[in-house]
Design a protein around this ligand. Structure first.
Ligand SMILES: [Zn+2]
Ligand SMILES: [Zn+2]
Length: 149
């Protein structure tokens, strides 16, 4: 995936479209979510921003992210069970996680067409599709005798 940094005007627009004041921290947190489609955790965002914002705390990042989730700018991804990850891609998609390096990749899937008739009487608020395995890089390094197709 080619990474194109989101221009500051675009980020400001995204915030003001949700009636959020474009504070410096919000802009930087939002920017880090756009970078590379990595579904970062609070810790990962903290490590990236700390050198530039020495007064930063994880709680403030968490607060910004919470606000983004509340207004529907970002959604959470609970794929690895331990730490919450944050996703800027709002359109329905599935997630692949590499068991070796932890890389998370998006893939397109028609979630509306998943057959879950058995849940007829239940009200569904969220549909997630998680797939695990090895990414192409890890296939090369962790299974040298993997059969070539
Ligand atoms: Zn991998
Ligand atoms: Zn995603």
């Amino acid at each position: 995936m080619v990474h194109v940094p989101a221009p500051i005007a675009f980020l400001k627009n995204e915030l003001s479209s949700k009636c959020l004041r474009p504070t410096y921290l919000r802009l930087r947190v939002l920017e880090s979510l756009h970078q590379g489609g990595t579904h970062p955790t609070v810790d990962e965002i903290y490590r990236v921003l700390l050198p530039e914002i020495p007064s930063l705390s994880k709680a403030t990042i968490y607060n910004s992210l919470n606000t983004f989730v509340e207004v529907g700018l970002v959604r959470t991804v609970g794929i690895d069970g331990s730490q919450m990850r944050y996703d800027i891609t709002l359109a329905d998609h599935g997630h692949f996680q590499c068991e070796a390096c932890g890389t998370i990749a998006n893939f397109a899937i028609d979630i509306e067409r998943l057959l879950i008739d058995e849940l007829g009487p239940f009200e569904i608020h969220e549909k997630n599709v998680y797939v695990k395995g090895l990414c192409p890089n890890c296939r090369l390094t962790t299974s040298p005798d993997h059969k070539k197709e």
